[in-house]
Ligand binder design. Structure first.
Ligand SMILES: NC(=O)c1ccc[n+]([C@@H]2O[C@H](COP(=O)([O-])OP(=O)(O)OC[C@H]3O[C@@H](n4cnc5c(N)ncnc54)[C@H](O)[C@@H]3O)[C@@H](O)[C@H]2O)c1
Length: 555
């Protein structure tokens, strides 16, 4: 073990390697950055230059600091140049063979006491280390994308990694401003094991035309305050890397939710790898550019038309905060609103409105009884909207004589007040009705997204299974709630960790959605986690009950 790690080698200057080299150079380490060819080396250098240019522009670096950072990096194509390194981090393509070959070659070049680290996302660090003559000096050092921004580094020791190597790497991670989390050598570790199920699910949704790519991404950005939507994130990660990660995780864990969505393979085969090639799910100004440009799939921006329907007067039924939010939205969109608090007595006031939004208890009997009543009271042609979270729109619509006039209007539950509202089209909903409601939402200053009538609609369908996966990981004692929350916040820049979300959203509400998703798909991997079920039975439903995954004594 070197006394102190001051010189670091980085092998592979692609999406991750260039960022990792920058991180070490920023913290004062001397960096030797290796690529295969002069052309790839130049591309890696340009990547670092662009990244530090952006930091300079944002005032996060001075010109002098930028020059010092770039000056600390020696760009090379000859592996012998790594001889003086105390630590070498490999960040080449996610292939066991390629990575093992690199470790074998490094064995002949670096000092026997130098540490070898892999940035693999999903391969077994133990298997990789078996390729070297000194496996005790091998660790996983898993950075997140973009490496200069994300604070998390997962540090993975194998059964033979020397404890001093692990602690030196953890110490180094802190020195370079990262938060290390030690995890066992299991495919996907914490971050990717949870993230990639969600990303794969989003791709499957897109592929099945559940919603447009723009609506899927907007729904997660605004509905959960995520920094990026899942499809844009996949483009950033690189679709080839995403495919390799999912494929490895699937082969290791046989979790069907990790079987790569077919569209991913198609895009990779077509050479559409995401930002790095200028096209993936979206089209970019040029390779490596973050600027999305219009393409054939870009929807038209005309959201002002109300689909030929003129909506002037609306009604809201319900007493809770959701009814108040619906009423506020309708008023903001310019409608004259009648708010009926007592569904048993006041419905006659809605006889001539153009649209009714119900926000009564999310229970099938209550909702169907109300819809049957509204159907008799409201004029022909009036639109009826349900705010249900846990049932399908068609279940409610079917009790009326006008299922084509019934639509879902789902206010997302994580961020309050909702920044995004899902407009849900059932098998019967007339497109003109959905369009009219979508444009009403937009005119009310809230972002509408459209989706099909499937359990969980859009945001909950993507969010809740990911939370359920986190519960499974906790129950398996792979990591504790604090480390899992930290991993998702510091590694993926999510505003809250999964257990924070569960406690705030309500475990009962999450369970209800998870059950609906499981019932609809029959997919065993979507089965609600027993730990979640039992906490709900025990009455530990989160903040509102004073206890969920954590204690909340003040509530
Ligand atoms: N992309 C992500 O979001 C992300 C996040 C965390 C970890 N990772 C992991 O980081 C690693 C790299 O992924 P990436 O997305 O940066 O891939 P990438 O395809 O963008 O870059 C890989 C680079 O490695 C270089 N390379 C390949 N063989 C080499 C060799 N023998 N010597 C020197 N350079 C070589 C390639 O020229 C390329 O520039 C993978 O293990 C991946 O799982 C990726």
């Amino acid at each position: 073990m070197p006394e102190e790690i001051t010189t670091v080698g980085v092998v592979g200057l692609g999406t991750m390697g260039a960022g990792i080299a920058e991180v070490f150079a920023r913290s004062g380490c001397q960096v030797v950055a290796l690529e295969q060819t002069d052309e790839q080396l130049e591309s890696g250098r340009a990547h670092m230059q662009q990244s530090t240019d952006r930091a300079l522009k944002r005032g996060k670096l001075t010109e002098v600091e930028q020059a010092q950072i770039m000056g600390r990096v020696r760009f090379v194509t000859d592996m012998d140049e790594l001889g003086e390194c105390d630590l070498v981090v490999e960040a080449v393509v996610e292939s066991l063979e390629v990575k093992q070959a690199i470790f074998q070659a490094l064995d002949k070049v670096v000092r026997p006491d130098a540490v070898l680290a892999t940035n693999t996302s999903s391969l077994s660090v133990t298997e990789l280390s078996s390729a070297t003559a000194y496996p005790h000096r091998v660790v996983g050092m898993h950075f997140f994308n973009p490496a200069p921004v994300q604070r998390l580094v997962e540090v993975i020791a194998t059964v033979v990694t020397q404890p001093q190597v692990l602690s030196a790497v953890e110490q180094l991670a802190r020195k370079i401003g990262k938060s290390p989390v030690a995890v066992d050598d299991k495919a996907g570790f914490i971050g990717n094991a949870l993230l990639f199920g969600y990303l794969n699910h989003a791709m499957a949704m897109y592929e099945s035309h559940h919603a447009t790519r723009e609506d899927i991404d907007t729904a997660m950005r605004l509905g959960c305050n995520y920094p990026m939507g899942p499809l844009a994130l996949l483009d950033l990660i690189g679709l080839d890397t995403a495919h390799q990660v999912l494929d490895t995780m699937y082969r290791q864990g046989r979790n069907r939710l990790h079987a790569p969505a077919p569209i991913l393979k198609h895009l990779v085969t077509a050479g559409l790898l995401g930002r790095k090639t200028g096209r993936g799910f979206y089209t970019y100004e040029e390779a490596h550019s973050p600027v999305v440009v219009d393409d054939a799939q870009t929807p038209s921006t005309d959201s002002t038309a109300r689909g030929g329907r003129s909506l002037a007067r609306a009604g809201v039924v319900g007493t809770g905060p959701l009814a108040a939010e619906a009423s506020h939205l309708l008023t903001a969109s310019g409608l004259e609103v009648t708010h009926v608090l007592d569904a048993n007595a006041g419905l006659h006031q809605l006889a001539s409105v153009d649209l009714v939004v119900e926000a009564v208890a999310d229970d099938l009997d209550t909702k169907t009884a109300l819809f049957a009543e509204l159907d008799t009271v409201c004029r022909e042609g009036a639109i009826l909207a349900t705010t249900t979270s846990s049932m399908t729109v068609i279940e409610v619509a079917a009790v009326t004589s006008r299922p084509h006039e019934v639509v879902g209007l789902h206010f997302c539950d994580v961020v309050k007040p909702s920044q995004v509202v899902e407009v849900v089209t059932s098998v019967a909903t007339h497109p003109e009705v959905s369009e009219a409601v979508r444009s009403m939402v937009a005119q009310g200053g809230v972002q509408p997204v459209s989706c099909k009538d499937r359990a969980g609609f859009l945001v909950n369908a993507l969010l809740i299974p990911y939370l359920n996966d986190a519960v499974r990981m906790l129950d398996a004692q792979y990591a504790d709630a604090d480390d899992i929350d930290l991993a998702m916040k510091a590694g993926c820049a999510l505003p809250m960790g999964p257990f924070e979300v569960l406690d705030s959203l309500g475990l009962d509400m999450a369970l209800m959605v998870q059950r609906a998703v499981f019932r609809e798909t029959g997919e065993p991997e979507f089965a609600p986690e027993p730990l979640l079920e039992q906490l709900v039975v025990a009455g530990y439903v989160g903040r509102t009950s004073g206890r969920g995954f954590r204690e909340h004594p003040d509530t």
